[in-house]
Design a protein around this ligand. Structure first.
Ligand code: ADP
Ligand code: MG
Length: 262
């Protein structure tokens, strides 16, 4: 008997059940249930304000859910908080790009390391005597390797504040990868970019996914999401209105209506 591989809790790295988030009357997310398969690329789309960033905020522990559950590798992380969830292998980038402009690219990347590798950076920031030269060297080498993955190896000593927009997004991805995540959440990584820059980011995302990292991708660029994703979930007014393979989802009348109506 042939059975399509079920998207059950065993295959899923992330499972959310009846997930809701309310902000004083606003139903940002309402009873969303979804499974994210291990190793895949999963797109999350929907019109502006449909709850995509809120979904990421809940899964990464930045905000607590109002109701429902979030399981990572089968373990309930609904109330775990951002630090614990990051330690368990979830990393993210932020819509709009969160970098420290007065630190170099390599130092921004080092901010993504666990405390042991972050120490040399902290000691440098506060002009403390360097206690562990070997640790510092190791951290910088690892950060440089991450910058290479995102194509910023030539910029490692530049202040992040000097980077152009696409490079800031590349840097955010390098920092997110510094924690060696098993699940990477990318929120609008190509916002405001032209075709050439989008292609550059697309190639980086693809490479990271091929290296075994499960990726959830939020983007207003439906074509980009369709090209990259194995599966797509569509939100509208906080509710899931469609889910499946890119071709099925884009052909779904509910999805077409959601985008035309937006
Ligand atoms: P998307 O990322 O899909 O554009 P969001 O998740 O950012 O949508 O927002 C979904 C809804 O929740 C919007 O109506 C937004 O204004 C609201 N919202 C999001 N975050 C907050 C917050 N921290 N406080 C109040 N309302 C919020
Ligand atoms: Mg958003």
């Amino acid at each position: 008997m042939t059975v399509d591989s079920p998207v059950g809790s065993n295959a899923a790295i992330l499972s959310v059940r009846d997930l809701s988030k309310h902000f004083s009357g606003i139903h940002a997310l309402e009873n969303v249930t979804a499974d994210i398969s291990r190793g895949r690329m999963h797109g999350l789309i929907g019109p502006n304000g449909s709850g995509k960033s809120t979904f990421f905020n809940l899964v990464s522990g930045v905000l607590p859910p109002s109701a429902g559950s979030i399981r990572l590798n089968g373990e309930d992380i609904s109330a775990a908080g951002a630090i614990k969830i990051a330690k368990q292998g979830v990393a993210r980038t932020f819509q709009g790009g969160l970098i420290v402009p007065t630190l170099s690219c390599i130092e921004n990347t080092m901010l993504g390391f666990g405390s042991h590798l972050r120490w040399p950076l902290i000691s440098a920031m506060f002009r403390l005597p360097i206690r562990a030269e070997r640790q510092e060297r190791e951290a910088r080498e690892r950060a440089r390797a991450l910058l290479e993955i995102v194509g910023l190896e030539d910029q490692s000593e530049r202040w992040a504040g000097e980077l152009v927009w696409v490079q800031r997004q590349q840097l955010q991805i390098a920092r997110a990868m510094a924690s060696e995540p098993s699940l990477l959440l990318l929120d609008e990584p190509t916002a405001g970019m032209g075709a050439a820059e989008t292609e550059e980011i697309e190639a980086i995302i693809r490479r990271i996914n091929e290296s075994g990292v499960t990726i959830m991708l939020v983007s207003h660029d439906v074509d980009l999401v369709a090209r990259l994703s194995d599966d797509i979930t569509v939100l509208m007014y906080g509710e899931k209105i469609s889910e499946g393979k890119p071709g099925e989802v884009l052909a779904d009348p509910r999805v077409q209506e959601a985008y035309l109506g937006a």
